[in-house]
Structures are given as C-alpha cells and as structure tokens.
Design a protein around this ligand. Structure first.
Ligand code: G6P
Ligand code: ZN
Length: 543
C-alpha cells in the first residue's frame, strides 16, 4: 500500500449542473476524469483532512469502481472516516439521512439520478453538505474553479476494499464503516408515519404495486413495504438493482414507467401504484385509472400531511420550484401558510428547511420531500400517500376529486424538446428575453398576457441572488407558461415548456390534460416561436 501523487492537467467542462457533475459514463472512466473532479471537491470544500464523509450511490455501472477510487483518494487526503453503504449502495435520501444522523462533514453521492446507466449511458458525482443537502452554488462554483487549476492528486495504491458486508475496514489510517444501506432510513420512515394504520390498510385488501425500475429503491421498498408493512411479496416489482437498470430509463413518469401505467389503467388494477427513480429521490403516484401529476401530489400532501404523526402539528410553510404548478399556492392560501417560490433544483430548498421556514417542498420534476432530510425522497412520498389513504379510507381518485372541488384544479403539463442544438435553444431564449417588455396586454389564443419576466431568486436566508432562472408569462385568469433550458441534460439542450391553466368550475374538473391546456400550448408556440427556432412541431416528451 503506497500513497502516490499523480500529475494531471485540468479537464474542460467539469462544471457541476443542477445536481452535481453528470457526464457519459465513458467520460467519467477516462484518464484522470473522476480523480480530477474528486480532487476539486476536496479543494472546493476547503480540504478533507480529519473529516468524516458518507459515500454511496445508486448502483449504476461504474458505481463500484468509482467508490473504490474515492476511498483511496480520501485515505490519501487524510480523511478520518468514510461511512459507506454496503456494496457502495445508498439511495440519495438515505445518504442525506446518514450525513445528518452521523453529524458527518458531508458526503459524495454517485448517481445520474433518473438518467439511464451503463457504459454508454450516464454517470454522476455530487457533493452534499453537512446538513445533508446538495452543495449550494457558491460551493459548486469553488469546485468548478478548482477543476480548472488541478495539477495533481494523491491516491493510495492498494487492492479493492471488500464492501460486501457491514463492518469496519481500514485503508491506511482511515476507517471505513460499511453500513446496511436500508436500516437507518427505514427507522426514520417509521418515526414519521403511522405504520400500524398503513399495515391495517394493506391488510384490508388494499393492493399496491411499487415499481423500483431495477434501481436503488428495490431493497428499501422490499424491507419497508413488504417486510415491515405487510404488503404481499411481489408488491414491489423490478426490485433488483442492476448496473444498467435492466436497460430501462429509471425515470418515474408515465412514459418511462409505462408498464406501471398500463397495469394501473388495466382491468384488475391495484388500488395504488408508485415508482421511484435511479437514486430513489423522485416519485410517481398513480391510482387505479388516475395519474397524479407531481404538482398535484405536492398540493395533496400539503393539504393532508397533518394526518401523519410526523406532521401532526401542522406545517411551518411550504415551497415549490418556480415551474411547479401553483396548485400548492392554493392550498397554502387556504391554510394560511407561507409559500416560497424557488429556482429549479432541490438545493434551493436547503436554506428554507434549515431555517425552519418550510416543512414540505416539491418540484414538478417528480420530487417531493420535507425537513426530515435535505433531499427529495421518493419512498417518503409514497409512505405519506399511504398514510393519508389509510387515514381517509378513500381511493386515490376520490381524494383527487375532493381536492379539486375544494381548491380548484391547476391543469398542468410539461413539454420537452430534447437534443436541440444549443445555439438554437439559446437564440429562442434570448429573443424571448428581449421581447418580454412588449408582451403585457397582448392576446394569444384568447389569453391576455398580464405579466412577463425572467425569474430571479433572492434567497431570504443568506441573501444570495440567482438570476436567469426561467422566463414566466402570466395570463389573466391564472394560466401561465414557463420557458426554461434544462440544467441536467448530457446531450445538446433541452427546452422545457411548462404549461398551466386554472379551473374552478366543478363541471370542468375532469377534462383531458392536453385538451384543457390547448389554448396555453398554442400561446406558447406563438410567443416563443418554438417551431421557427427549433424546427420541431411536436415535443419529444409530454408529462
Ligand atoms: C434534478 C434536481 C431537481 C430538478 C431536476 C430538473 O433532478 O435534483 O431538483 O428539479 O433535476 O432539472 P432540469 O434542469 O433538467 O429541469
Ligand atoms: Zn434522482
């Protein structure tokens, strides 16, 4: 075992995006690529000597190799201890929990979230702070700066550490504690939810289907839903984590979780269906014959969270990312809760949660969570839904109908144009930005523009300002369009168009989503010239 210093030169493009550094797996496997970035993390967070870190990932291809490299670099850099999930597995929320539970100095999560995995697919590395949340922009900026200056890194040359069994290993002076990835997380869930009530519900013939999409939540869901809550074996499907997610796209939405959708819309469907993504932080909720949009799910959870023991005393406040529908705002209004609007990216919720301003938050991109950790949490959302269903003894469809009757319905859809040439996408956004001032008062497919601006966020806790976070067009009557370029793609640019229309007429609460949004969709193209700029007449994905 020998500590060596390896000479290197900066590699371009190691700029962390919405959620860490994400690249093609082969890029990460290239000479010095991972090592340079890890060295930049050490530098960016002010060194790691004497620190305790958590390490784990979603099990995708290269997860095991990357973990060994990071352990050897951590030991060489003087890290005191690394707490690592067995087989280097940890879901993102479980990693966040472990960082907090152990009072550690942060952690490294290996994941490209919902992106496919495999040698020709995606990989990612993300640093989380001692509060368990993703590094904020000033830290990721320092990491990026460090990637531009890195000249060498230290690493120990040694055999692989056996991570297959819980226990303690050593690498030089560094301790490696290998933990069961599930148990601490399961205990946290048990402290928040009424497991007895959920057990009764599941024992009453209420059937569930949880699709782990061959990703990290399989082992978590089996322990929690089947072993602890008594769902019949087989309620959790695709439960074995696989390096390539079985060739699938572990993104829980109606397109990529089509198999679940087909089951839930078929004859003899279970009462409740759910799925999670590669690293376990996203969720999809679907009832028998009804898909619940993430924005609606967030609103329903906010309206009913008090039914779960962990939230029985009510919510301090709520937050949503800017493009997320304003269904949440309607609930907050009625309950007299503060409702914050943040830029896309979970990290923006961190300060609000740490400061005790909000308890619950969520995003249209299938993320919901609370102050129990500092990441969104897929299984947590599933369990809160089950807790609410157990308390109300209604079907998902009945809950949604009652919710819309009480609060009104925000019809909502996101249209994605993927793999657009970056110049064309930027030209579209630039032209929109330049024309914003001319829009108010203009009419598009019957909708009158009331407001038009580019979203900038002033963090009320630390005073930091984040600009250029998406273009918002508000119409009289409450319809809204948001245009934004994705910060997580790995190929070309993805234009996201978020469409929303408000309906309070009880007779019109059950229309088809795209039909209810038709005038808003037409207005979006008229305002942004999507077809003119991109040559596309149809989005690649509609959620
Ligand atoms: C990741 C982040 C989320 C964010 C999502 C969408 O999943 O963790 O917080 O909402 O990306 O990002 P994008 O930039 O692709 O719209
Ligand atoms: Zn994820």
């Amino acid at each position: 075992m020998q500590r060596i210093t390896v000479e290197t030169t900066p590699i371009e493009g190691q700029k962390p995006g919405t959620s860490g550094l994400r690249k093609k797996t082969r890029v990460f496997m290239g000479a010095h690529y991972l090592e340079n970035f890890v060295q930049a993390i050490w530098t960016g967070i002010g060194g790691v000597e004497g620190k305790t870190l958590v390490l784990g990932g979603d099990g995708r291809y290269f997860n095991d190799r990357a973990a060994q490299v990071i352990l050897r670099m951590a030991a060489a850099a003087g890290v005191r201890k690394v707490i690592v999930g067995r087989d280097a597995l940890l879901s993102t929320p479980a990693a966040s929990n472990l960082i907090r539970l152990r009072g550690s100095d942060g952690g490294i999560i290996l994941s490209a979230s919902h992106n496919p995995g495999g040698p020709d697919e995606d990989f990612g590395v993300k640093f989380n702070m001692p509060n368990g949340g993703p590094a904020p922009e000033d830290v990721t900026a320092r990491i990026f700066e460090a990637t531009k200056r890195v000249k060498s890194y230290d690493i120990i040359e040694t055999q692989d550490i056996d991570l297959s069994k819980p226990g303690t290993e050593r690498l030089g002076a560094m301790e490696i504690e290998i933990v069961d990835p599930v148990s601490d997380y399961a205990a946290l869930m048990e402290s928040l939810f009424d497991f007895d009530a959920i057990r009764d519900l599941l024992g009453s013939g209420f059937r569930i289907r949880f699709d782990a999409m061959h990703a990290v939540t399989g082992p978590y869901a089996r322990v929690i839903l089947e072993d602890k809550l008594g769902a019949p074996p087989g309620s959790v499907v695709h439960a074995e984590p696989l390096p390539d997610f079985g060739g699938g796209h572990p993104d829980p939405n109606p397109i990529w979780a089509k198999e679940l959708m087909d089951v839930m819309f078929g004859a003899d469907a279970p009462d409740f269906g759910a799925a999670s993504d590669g690293d376990g932080d996203r969720n999809m909720i679907v009832g028998w014959g009804i898909y619940v949009t993430p924005s609606d799910s967030l609103a329903v959870l906010a309206a009913n969270a008090h039914l779960a023991p962990g939230y029985a005393s009510g919510l301090k406040g709520v937050a949503r990312s800017m493009p997320t529908s304003r269904a949440l705002d309607r609930v907050a209004d009625k309950l007299g809760l503060d409702c914050y609007e943040t830029p896309t990216g979970w990290k923006f919720f961190g300060n609000l949660l740490d400061d005790g301003r909000v308890t619950l938050c969520g995003e249209e991109s299938a993320g919901t969570g609370s102050d129990h950790v500092r990441e969104k949490d897929g299984l947590w959302a599933v369990l809160l839904w089950l807790n609410i269903l157990a308390a109300k003894r209604q079907s998902v469809a009945e809950i949604m109908t009652a919710h819309w009757n009480e609060f009104g319905r925000n019809y909502y859809s996101r249209h994605d144009y993927e793999g657009v040439e970056p110049e064309k996408a930027n030209a579209l956004v630039d032209e929109l930005r330049d024309g914003l001032a001319t829009l108010p008062g203009k009419k598009f497919s019957g909708l009158v523009v009331e407001t038009a601006d580019e979203f900038a966020y002033d963090d009320p806790v630390d005073g930091s300002r984040s600009e250029r976070q998406g273009i918002r067009i508000g119409f009289s009557g409450g319809a809204r369009i948001v245009f934004r370029l994705s910060g997580t793609g790995t190929v070309g640019a993805t234009l996201r168009v978020y469409l929303e229309n408000v309906e309070t007429d009880p007779a019109r609460l059950h229309r088809a989503q795209q039909e209810a949004l038709a005038p808003v969709i037409a207005a979006a193209d008229a305002i942004a010239g999507i077809a003119r700029h991109t040559g596309r007449t149809e989005p690649d994905v509609m959620t």
